[in-house]
Design a protein around this ligand. Structure first.
Ligand SMILES: [Fe+2]
Length: 326
């Protein structure tokens, strides 16, 4: 178990970076994409001054060891604790490739991580944020794997985006029980691939027929005309939601827990909606930098504010990359 201390009377701030995903070549000195990512993170750190940095997956492309090391060296140089969940690209060459990175990362003084039970994935673990020795928030870090077979109603089986598995949800229930036992009644799941409920939340919140591309991200809360009951939603959905195509039961487990009120994912680089669905905030992180694919209007990080009562909420911190685009 990993514990971090929150200072009484002051919020504990988490900065989440998502899908940085530069390859080996892009980390070379003078490369435009390296500059955009590192300048973006530097500005975020200056603005946000986090107590912890989380990365919601796809640090690089599996096998690009130099890129994994370059990203880690960059974060290490900030002298702030940091942690990760692995994304589909990190996972796509199998657990041995992830383990190769883990072995190196665990030598780094600021890297927080536990391997967790190997049979449920790479890196399922909990970070407790404690105030005066009492946990006020559990960050439940969950591996969403890479691909999983899906059989459509017509009988056709394809390799779909993966999901949280039943043994993993059983593990999740155990972690919630342990948090409750310790007196902690609030938790947040951080994972990479959205759970199925993100599709339901989107269908409920967006006004039917609205032009999802017509709204500027920073004005999204006021501009979309969200459906009644969803006016607190914000963020844009500029691409389809890449979850597993069928309900994996994650939201049911979350609702049953009564503990988890926030979920944060990455994976969809040009989605950053934050929607309350059945009492749970389902959020896409803002993406950091141009790795893989991006929209420069959706560049930055997502800030998680933890108070003495647990997670207070999420906000996106946008960084305009225009100065470095030339
Ligand atoms: Fe991804």
């Amino acid at each position: 178990m990993i514990s971090l201390a929150k200072t009484p009377g002051r919020d504990f701030i988490v900065l989440n970076l998502s899908d940085p995903q530069l390859g080996n070549g892009e980390w070379e000195s003078g490369h435009r994409n390296r500059r955009i990512l590192t300048e973006t993170v530097d500005i975020l750190l200056e603005r946000v001054r986090p107590d912890l940095i989380t990365v919601s997956g796809d640090l690089s492309w599996a096998g690009d060891d130099d890129a994994y090391d370059a990203f880690a060296a960059f974060l290490e140089s900030k002298n702030i604790p940091w942690t990760v969940v692995w994304g589909n690209h990190d996972n796509q060459n199998g657990p041995e490739t992830v383990e190769r990175v883990v072995t190196r990362y665990l030598t780094l003084p600021h890297f927080l991580y536990e391997r967790g039970p190997a049979e449920i994935g790479n890196g399922n673990f909990v970070i407790r944020i404690e105030e005066d020795g009492k946990p006020v928030e559990g960050l439940i870090m969950m591996d969403s794997h890479d691909r999983a077979p899906y059989t459509a109603p017509d009988g056709n089986t394809t390799e779909a985006w993966a999901k949280l598995t039943p043994p993993q949800l059983a593990w999740y229930r155990e972690q919630i029980a342990a948090l409750e036992e310790a007196g902690c009644h609030d938790s947040t799941i951080i994972t990479h691939i959205p759970i199925y409920a993100y599709r339901e939340a989107s269908a409920a919140a967006f006004r039917a027929g609205c032009d999802k591309k017509a709204v500027e991200p920073q004005h999204s809360q006021a501009s979309y005309g969200w459906n009644h009951g969803y006016e607190s939603s914000f963020g844009v959905e500029w691409e389809g939601i890449s979850s597993y195509p069928a309900d994996e039961g994650a939201l049911d487990a979350i609702l049953e827990s009564g503990s988890t009120k926030h979920v944060l994912v990455g994976h969809d680089h040009v989605n950053n909606t934050v929607i309350a669905w059945r009492g749970v905030i389902l959020a896409f992180s803002l993406k950091a930098g141009p790795g893989c694919y991006w929209d420069p209007r959706l560049n930055g990080g997502t800030v998680l504010t933890v108070t003495s009562d647990g997670m207070a909420g999420f906000r996106h911190e946008y960084v305009d990359p225009t100065p470095w685009l030339a």
